[in-house]
Design a binder for this molecule. Structure first.
Ligand SMILES: O=CCCC(=O)O
Length: 493
């Protein structure tokens, strides 16, 4: 393990470099070379983590399978108490978890702390969900002597596949929901961000979750495809919850076909941020900059296509430009930094290509546009006037690049916003309540945020439509239902 001198942890035991199976550090059976974890802001390697493969995943799945009967039989209140202790430990270790998030994902410390707070809203709400899992009693409509019942039961051991952009929030959201439902888990973090997931597994153990309930398979970028395939094809796992790209989501769906596994897929977005001439433009500009440059733009719910009504586009663009000029890009642990790094080298290179393509397609660059330093830092970038042939319009940007387009009418912008295969999150800024409501109803996305950049919270069900995925996470009942089966009964009285 290489430990960067840039940081220390209050509890150094939280930094693990192996997988985690049956409540113990787990090495790969095939002795592969451990994979490297880079500091995205500098490119330095600061940790090496066990590279596990499909055979190691098999052992983790067996551990979750063995633990399932006893764990799923625990009273809901016991599961709730375990989750509350887990939640307490996450909050108690907030600084260390946030530091790990900065070091592996490249966020600023403020963003990483906010991510830990956000993550813990899921462990908190899921503790309550454990006790709210109930069934129904129904009288038969045609036959007075028949009664129907339903009970909800945990679906079984589950596989959780996580991305690198919210290493703690997405992992904890999935783990806590599965545990509330009574499922045991095998989780595979992204190769870029394994250490926060491992710290969570250790905290789950400290919270008292029984052996084998939470298992972690740390795969490298080389072994990730075989581990993903193993999760999908192995019949002991009854469900996969995946967050990541639409392409990988489609691949996992195809691989899961042989076992007809239940899937929750949180996939890519290409959301619109619509600013009408009757909007509070200052509020909309603040929200846009907060939304677009959060985590250097690497958020599936980031606005991708910014549509501004032609009558206010110049004024609005100036407001945005002034705000972008105040952003300060750098290492997330350094004071005064507002915008961290892209998490991967390929992300930074892609951003370079997207800017070049936007300029080739008629765009004017008003700010940013370049990589900085030795790592994967990229300047917050503002472009106007690019055509709709530009990749920044057609593809999910996933970087700190903001590209603004003009529209004339409500009908026109709704058509433009919906003309995409994606349907995750759209944003609408207008002081006209009727217009805002019409947009909410007509926009084709799982979420519509109105006059706010905050689209998600643990109490609100989150999940896309169209090629942005299927199923929900969080929300009251919705997220936990994804990890449950409904069993019906009929009885003569
Ligand atoms: O990148 C997607 C995660 C979005 C969220 O949980 O707020």
């Amino acid at each position: 393990m290489v430990l960067s001198p840039r940081f220390t942890l209050n509890d150094p035991s939280l930094l693990l470099s192996t997988g985690w199976i049956n409540d113990a550090p787990a090495r790969s059976g095939t002795n592969r070379t451990p994979f490297e974890v880079q500091d995205p802001a500098t490119g330095e390697v600061w940790a090496r983590v066990e590279s596990m493969d499909a055979a190691d995943a098999d052992a983790a799945i067996q551990a979750a399978t063995d633990a399932f009967p006893a764990y799923s039989a625990l009273p809901a209140r016991t599961r709730a108490r375990l989750l509350l202790e887990f939640d307490r430990l996450v909050r108690e270790n907030k600084e260390d978890l946030a530091t790990l998030v900065v070091m592996e994902a490249g966020k600023t410390l403020a963003e990483a702390r906010a991510e830990v707070d956000y993550a813990a809203t899921y462990s908190w709400i899921m503790a309550g969900e454990a006790e709210r899992i109930q069934g129904d009693v129904l009288k038969a409509n045609e036959n007075p002597s028949l009664r129907f019942f339903t009970i909800k039961q945990p679906i079984g051991p589950v596989g959780l596949l996580c991305p690198w952009n919210f290493p703690i929030a997405i992992a904890l959201r999935k783990i806590a929901t599965a545990l509330a439902a009574g499922c045991t888990v095998v989780i595979k973090p992204s190769p870029e961000t394994p250490t926060t997931t491992l710290a969570l597994a250790l905290l789950a153990q400290r919270a008292g979750f029984p052996k084998g309930v939470v298992n972690v398979v740390t795969a490298s970028s080389e072994t990730t495809p075989e581990v993903g395939q193993k999760f999908c094809e192995d019949k002991r796992l009854k469900k996969i919850s995946f967050t990541g790209s639409t392409n990988v989501g489609k691949l996992l769906a195809a691989q899961s076909a042989s076992s007809l596994k239940k899937l929750t897929l949180e996939l890519g977005g290409n959301g619109s941020f619509i600013v009408f001439e009757d909007a509070d433009l200052e509020q909309a500009a603040d929200a846009l900059v907060a939304n677009k440059f959060r985590n250097a733009g690497q958020v599936c719910t980031c606005a991708n296509r910014i549509f501004v009504q032609a009558s206010v586009i110049d004024k609005f663009s100036e407001l945005v430009k002034a705000r972008v000029a105040k952003l300060n890009t750098g290492h997330g642990l350094d004071a005064g930094v507002t915008t961290g790094a892209l998490t991967t080298e390929r992300g930074a290179e892609r951003a370079v290509g997207l800017v070049a393509d936007a300029i080739k397609n008629g765009g004017t660059l008003h700010a940013g546009g370049k990589r900085i330093g030795t790592g994967f830092l990229f300047e917050p970038t503002l472009i106007t006037g690019a055509s709709k042939d530009a990749k920044v319009y057609k593809e999910e940007i996933f970087g700190p690049i903001l590209s603004i387009y003009a529209f004339e009418t409500e009908d026109e912008v709704l058509k433009l916003a919906n003309a995409t295969d994606m349907g995750l999150t759209n944003y609408v800024f207008s002081q006209n309540i009727g217009r805002a409501w019409r947009c909410y109803e007509k926009l084709e996305s799982g979420t519509v945020a109105i006059n706010t950049a905050i689209a998600n919270a643990a109490e609100s069900p989150f999940g896309g439509i169209k090629e942005s995925g299927s199923g929900k996470e969080g929300g009251l009942g919705y997220g936990v239902d994804e990890f449950l089966i409904i069993k019906s009964a009929a009885m003569t009285v």
